[in-house]
Design a protein around this ligand. Sequence first.
Ligand code: NAD
Length: 487
Amino acid sequence: MKAQPQASHFIDGAYVEDEAGTVIESIFPATGEVIAKLHAATPAIVEKAIASAKRAQGEWAAMSPTARGRVLKKAAEIMRERNRELSELETLDTGKPIQETIVADPTSGADSLEFFGGIIASALNGSHIPLGSDFAYTKRVPLGVVVGIGAWNYPQQIACWKAAPALAAGNAMVFKPSEVTPLGALKIAEILIEAGLPKGVFNVIQGDRDTGPLLVSHPDVAKVSLTGSVPTGRKVAGAAAGQLKHVTMELGGKSPLIVFDDADLEGAISGAMLGNFYSTGQVCSNGTRVFVHRALKERFLARLKERTEAIVLGDPQDEATQMGPLVSQAQREKVLAYIEKGKAEGATLLTGGGIPNSVSGEGFYVQPTVFADVTDDMVIAREEIFGPVMCVLDFDDEDEVIARANATEFGLAAGVFTADISRAHRVVDRLEAGTLWINTYNLCPVEIPFGGSKQSGFGRENSAAALEHYSELKTVYVGMGRCEAPY
Ligand code: NAD
């Protein structure tokens, strides 16, 4: 098989198999071909992975920050050297075009390892608090064994975005990729070992919604970081709360992207297309509710239609392909059902709306689709579709659009396109979201915090802020005189 790994799991520095686990088939979404067969972790594999992480964590945390950083930076270097090989694997795993994976997947994982490797030595310092003749100091200490659970849209990036700050802070991790994309995280584990990571500090086990709860409820696990949907987030946060575990929740969204009448038209259309069609629309922070000022509407829609119809769909392994298939048959069915819902609800289908004729075979393709005249109450404007389906809504007034943009349970991201600098800042200030963009969309370099508010989650990934979510403060009061008591 095209992408068969040595074994399903990577524990304590080596590949491990347990054929008693349920079979997980890895499918290349562009053809439907099975490219690898793996097994979900049995309870014995879960125990082995957590025990290995627990054993390794103390030694790792005891290393100097500089030495830990060196390992992470070396891993980043190896990822960059192998960017093509890793990107090709990511394309097989997800169906995303190589044109994207080569610039956005292993490279952003490497950025994360390099960034956290570089800042550990200065970012984990505590403070000294003078108290007269006494004093206190604080230390930032690791949580212990942490669990990462990934979604299928950015498998290698998600593994690195969780591993890099967790390991930098001195934790050990057990990572479970999505059962839909099981391959990339195993390579990250291999590379970390090659870079000098002590065995057991980063482990990967396979599994699905039945495996995840075994990790979340394990008494030796101190924290769970999930990237997934809101319903999964509620279950995982609920289970973690039962044992008072730390959590980071990177969940879904239905983010607004607002285009004012003074916006640069081509730039705003680029933002809307990037925020709806990149990775075949399977990006959590996508600006799927595009509010366009009525004065700009006709020109915006005309150019958007033209540019959308020029998107090149095809084999994601071909460098010329701009849009690949959706990740799975199930996801395609879900997206097609939303498209039918949009038609039935009376939205105007501007372009797309079904399976493309241009791509033959068994792949899970859907046309890039734009609905215009969408209203706030339509299901396609309220629920996360997670596919290449853009909803364009009209608006007339700033206060009105802000209120409508905020009228959602989600709060992951938002964007504003305008030439008026005061309005840009005024509007983002009032939008309820964790990550916001002005005159651009979906850029998430490792230097800036990323995460959601409201039902889109809590905790932050990337930037020094992520270290706070993988560590806790220990406070030490130092008495300099004799301890006095009233009795
Ligand atoms: P999902 O919620 O179905 O699954 C996510 C992960 O959780 C998978 O690994 C799955 O096996 C696991 N899981 C499922 N049930 C579980 C349980 N009860 N306990 C523990 N683990 C469990 O999500 P998905 O379909 O893989 O990904 C798409 C979703 O992820 C979208 O909603 C998208 O917006 C979101 N997402 C969010 C971000 C972000 O950073 N905010 C990034 C990417 C994707």
